[in-house]
Design a protein around this ligand. Structure first.
Ligand SMILES: [Zn+2]
Length: 591
């Protein structure tokens, strides 16, 4: 059992006591001083440089990274806790601008490293210990890097170009409100509030909220579509034309340090397994007593009872589940809460959703939740604390190598959720609750695996089509085809879903980000299957993967555990787990 915890806002004291304090100003000054010193190192960077001197320079960069991360973290966390606070907005913007300036001042180091001859690279790398992978990884960008003045211009122009365009997209879409009638009451809702009803029992309400969502996005479709076309052209102009990437998705793959073939294998296997979820949707249709599911119904609840949990109960359940796996894991999670780094309250002006932010590797990460007592809220807590555990396990690495790359970033989090679900299943005797848990699990697997991989397939096609001059209607047509392939005969899709693609922020913010969700979840399903087979002997190897953080290439790290991410068989293994869950549900008598 854990200590008594209540829902509260987080404390940022471990970073700074406030923004208008001598400590914060001092933080800024210290950082400026570090940069000044670092800039003077420039002449020392030549092929004759001694290994020790080289390491000293990199250590200075580590200090700069830590210092700036604390300032940025403080400003960001304050802002996300109070997005409507004008002082918080102003500080966040000021620090962002400050850090871009700083980035430009330290740029010369990575540019020098990327252009260095291989023999010198090898000589310096061998004595750099934990920084080896970080140094190696930087060299991947050698063929895609421009000259220093060109890079600086891109950085500066991005602030008022690409970034500004994204901010504009956010500003336009964040203002949208949605009108819907719930139980005879007219409501004006935000998107987050609206989408809660996608999981409502009433089929008419489910239809109404999607129709309202895409009425609003459809009205703005021509403008949002135009922004998307511009984003895609900017992506191609910079990455294909200037930086010589072979195709748009390779840019993301390199950033994730995952080979193109592995991502192709993943997406191929997803396309081959559409039938697994289609069977699930057929089954859901039977439970809902309808012949065919509508797209409105895919998240419809089978559950009739809504069990809720107090915050303390939620915390206890999560820590118990972690304890069963390894007491050390539970201890780390407990520490994050005990340090006051979890903002679990629901309050006006606070950012929606949830995240975990490791600001300083030597401190507990900060976790934002909007805890509402549902089973979902508890699962989200397990998820975000899982992220936190990952960061804490990897903290002995350099600040430059402790955080894992994107495809592995969802590992501990999803694994944590699975632990919680297993715990729930093992304790729950009510067959109805057990069935609800399984349904919910496949619902979620759909959302992270199939939905996201088909998003990535849409992006791959859209980038190609826009290059060839596709208009917005062409993209909507293609999106509908994409949905039809995904759902087959199992789900009917009404026409307003042609505007769904303009409503997906990831397509704008971080092209091709989405496949990482499918990657992470299938990877965890495979690992979890091994845990169930191997039991205790699985644990040390798994903890080793987490402890590695970002100090090794994902493919190499997983290969140490016998996993080949370029093989279709490996990805198929993840689908086999889902297939098993669907079979278990198919065997239940329909009530
Ligand atoms: Zn996550």
């Amino acid at each position: 059992m854990s200590a008594a915890y209540k829902q509260e806002r987080w404390s940022l004291d471990a970073l700074f006591p406030g923004h208008e304090t001598p400590e914060f100003e001092n933080g800024m000054k210290k950082l400026e001083k570090s940069i000044e010193v670092f800039e003077k190192r420039r002449p020392e960077l030549d092929i004759e440089i001694d290994e020790k001197d080289f390491l000293k320079i990199v250590n200075e960069l580590e200090v700069i990274t830590k210092q700036s991360s604390r300032l940025f973290g403080y400003a960001g966390l304050w802002f996300y806790g109070d997005t409507q606070d004008q002082d918080a907005q102003a500080l966040f913007a000021r620090i962002e601008q400050f850090l871009v300036g700083l980035q430009n001042k330290t740029l010369f180091f990575s540019l020098w490293w990327k252009e260095l001859d291989q023999a010198t690279v090898d000589r310096l790398k061998t004595t750099s210990g934990d920084l080896k992978y970080w140094l190696e990884e930087m060299r991947h960008y050698t063929p895609h890097t421009l000259t220093e003045p060109e890079e600086k211009i891109l950085n500066i122009k991005n602030l008022t170009g690409f970034s500004a365009l994204i901010t504009l997209y956010d500003s336009i879409t964040n203002r949208y409100t949605y009108k819907v009638n719930v139980d005879g009451e007219d409501k004006n809702l935000t998107r987050d509030e609206l989408m809660v009803y996608a999981r409502h029992h009433d089929p008419d309400l489910r239809a109404a909220i999607y129709q309202e969502l895409y009425r609003v996005y459809g009205d703005a479709g021509p403008i949002l579509g135009q922004i998307y076309q511009t984003v895609v052209r900017d992506w191609a102009n910079e990455n294909i034309d200037l930086r010589n990437y072979s195709n748009p998705i390779s840019v993301r793959n390199l950033r994730n340090d995952v080979p193109d073939v592995a991502v192709d294998a993943l997406l191929d296997v997803c396309q081959k397994n559409t039938h697994v979820f289609q069977r699930f949707f057929d089954l859901k249709a039977s439970w809902l007593k309808t012949d065919q599911l509508r797209r409105y119904d895919i998240y419809a609840p089978i559950a009739q009872a809504d069990k809720t949990y107090t915050y303390q109960e939620g915390v206890d359940m999560v820590l118990d589940a972690f304890q069963t796996f390894d007491p050390k894991i539970a201890e780390l999670a407990d520490k994050i809460i005990a340090d006051g780094h979890v903002d679990s309250e629901v309050r006006k002006g606070k950012r929606g959703g949830a995240f975990c932010w490791s600001v300083d590797k030597d401190l507990s990460p900060w976790v934002l939740l909007n805890y509402q007592g549902t089973a979902d809220s508890v699962a989200t807590m397990a998820h975000e604390l899982g992220h936190g555990i990952h960061a804490l396990l990897a903290k002995d690495h350099s600040v430059l190598t402790y955080s894992s790359s994107l495809p592995l970033a969802e590992n501990a989090s999803t694994f944590g959720e699975m632990l919680l679900i297993d715990k729930l299943l093992s304790q729950e005797e009510d067959p109805a609750v057990r069935r609800d848990i399984l349904f919910k699990q496949v619902d979620d697997a759909y959302g992270t695996i199939m939905r996201q991989s088909f998003f990535a397939l849409f992006e791959r096609e859209a980038h190609k089509m826009i290059k060839d001059g596709a208009i917005i209607d062409d993209l909507s047509e293609m999106y509908m085809e994409n949905l039809k392939k995904q759902f087959g005969k199992a789900v009917s899709i009404s026409d307003e879903f042609r505007w769904e693609w303009v409503s997906i922020p990831h397509f704008y913010h971080t092209p091709f980000y989405v496949y990482a969700y499918a990657f992470g979840q299938l990877l965890v399903l495979s690992l979890y299957q091994r845990y169930q087979k191997e039991g205790d002997s699985f644990k040390p190897g798994y903890i080793k993967i987490l402890e590695a953080g970002g100090s090794k290439a994902p493919a190499a790290l997983l290969a140490e555990s016998g996993i080949d991410i370029s093989s279709q068989d490996f990805w198929q293994g993840g689908f086999d787990v889902i297939d098993g869950m669907v079979k278990e549900l198919e065997d239940l008598p329909i009530e």
